[in-house]
Design a protein around this ligand. Structure first.
Ligand code: IPM
Ligand code: MN
Length: 353
């Protein structure tokens, strides 16, 4: 297969983990004789510094012309600590999502054997947890009308029926491919937007009789994720709830550095880690490249390259088993491998298996 991949490394640890993600894609391409090319493009604080905007037009064009975008992370503390900053790196990520029409964010939450001890939750609770959060990504409070002055401020949680229907279709398709259990997470006891979600979901339920659909308020869901994460198979929720619940989900896996995601919709799909740019670790060769590498596996799988995706996953599992791990997930007393060493080990495994 011929693939042209836009590479948006962004800020902080982004460039370091991206280097490993790209090395892994190259190793897989070599192994399966695919013709993969990479086109780097600016985004985030790196783009603001160079051209004054976090998602330059040229980057948009590169993304539109690519088959997929491999994205690392954006964010820089120099903007976080300046409430008057008019442009922020995160706006670049939001602009990319909106302009590429990436309304469906797929965030799998899994445990890894041998890493269960890293979860702050008890082994017997997280063991076997394996679910996917489908987060709506281009609507809700993130993009609804906003207002702010010195005395008041608001963000509007705006959703249309069409937006709800299309994300529910994605969620039902996932449920059909998995254990056929969908949990619609909302706050329909308080929010009008959630009542629309629930109304639309109730209407669609009948179209998927093989799927067991249940409804859960978001406060209850956040609790259930901690006491019985194995309850969930596919959960679907609006943008803000999904943002919050997936950070919570990372505690089930044990480290934010392990969770990949895919964002799909109208134009070029984007594959990116759930974690952020971790500026404090930038340049130190300590960031975990696994989430970026697993994002590359999701990218392969998106193109129907199941064997390629599976090989990446096996290579990651083998690295974890061999204790070739960055400090965030290393066992006590274990050697601390750097970002580069972990990436090279995984790419090496792919080349030889
Ligand atoms: C995420 C991030 C982003 C979000 C930020 C960086 C804008 O937290 O991808 O979850 O809130 O969507
Ligand atoms: Mn988030």
């Amino acid at each position: 297969m011929k693939l042209n991949i836009a590479v948006l490394a962004g800020d902080g640890i982004g460039p370091e983990i991206m280097q490993q993600g790209v090395a892994v894609v190259k190793a897989v391409a070599e192994r399966f004789a695919h013709d993969v090319s990479f086109t780097p493009a600016l985004c985030g604080a790196a783009a603001i510094d160079r051209v004054g905007t976090p998602f330059p037009e040229e980057t948009f064009t590169t993304c539109m012309n690519a088959d997929a975008v491999l994205f690392a992370a954006v964010g820089d503390p120099k903007f976080d600590n300046d409430p008057t900053a008019r442009v922020r790196p995160e706006q670049g990520l939001l602009a990319m999502r909106k302009r590429l029409g990436l309304f469906a964010n797929i965030r799998p939450v899994q445990t890894f054997t041998g890493l269960i001890h890293k979860s702050p939750l008890k082994d017997e609770i997280v063991s076997g947890a394996d679910f996917v959060c489908i987060r709506e990504l281009t609507g809700g409070m993130y993009f609804g009308e906003k207002y702010q002055d010195d005395d008041k401020a608001y963000d509007t949680n705006y959703y249309t029926r069409e937006e709800v229907e299309r994300i529910l279709r994605v969620a039902y398709d996932y449920a059909m491919k998995r254990r056929r259990h969908l949990t619609v997470v909302d706050k329909a006891n308080v929010l009008a937007s959630s009542r629309l979600w629930r109304q639309v979901a109730k209407e669609m339920e009948g179209l998927y009789p093989e799927v067991k659909t249940d409804y859960m308020f978001v406060d209850n869901a956040s609790m259930r994720m901690l006491v019985e994460p194995t309850f969930f198979d596919v959960m679907v929720t609006e943008n803000t709830f999904g943002d919050i619940l997936t950070d919570e989900g990372s505690c089930i896996s044990g480290s934010m550095g392990l969770l990949p995601s895919a964002s799909t919709g109208i134009h070029t799909p984007v594959f990116e880690p759930v974690h952020g740019s971790w500026p404090q670790a930038a340049g130190k060769d300590i960031a975990n490249p696994v989430a970026q590498i697993l994002s590359a596996a999701m990218m392969m799988e998106h193109f129907g390259l199941a064997a390629e995706g599976a090989l990446i996953r096996r290579a990651v599992d083998a690295a974890l088993d061999a204790h070739v791990r960055t400090p965030d997930i290393q066992v006590e007393g274990g050697q601390h491998y750097g970002t580069r060493e972990v990436g090279a080990w995984i790419a090496g495994y792919i080349a030889t298996h």
